[in-house]
Design a protein around this ligand. Sequence first.
Ligand code: SF4
Length: 64
Amino acid sequence: MRVRVDPGVCVGAGLCVLRVPGMFDQDDTDGTVVLLRADPDPGEEDAVLKTVTSCPSGALQLDR
Ligand code: SF4
C-alpha cells in the first residue's frame, strides 16, 4: 500500500493529520496536505484506509 496526495484539490480540512499524524502534515501557508511518508506501517493501514475514503476533497489516493 502506498499513498499519493494531490494538494491542488485539498481543502485543508486537516482530517488526515488528525487521524495519521505520522504520515500527513499541512502546509504552513495554505493548510493543504503535505505527505510525510508514502508507505504506512502495518499498524497504520486501517487508519490510512479510513482516512483516504473519508477525505472530503478526494485529495488522497491509494496504490496497492
Ligand atoms: S483530509 Fe483531505 S482535504 Fe483534509 S487536509 Fe487531508 S487531504 Fe486535505
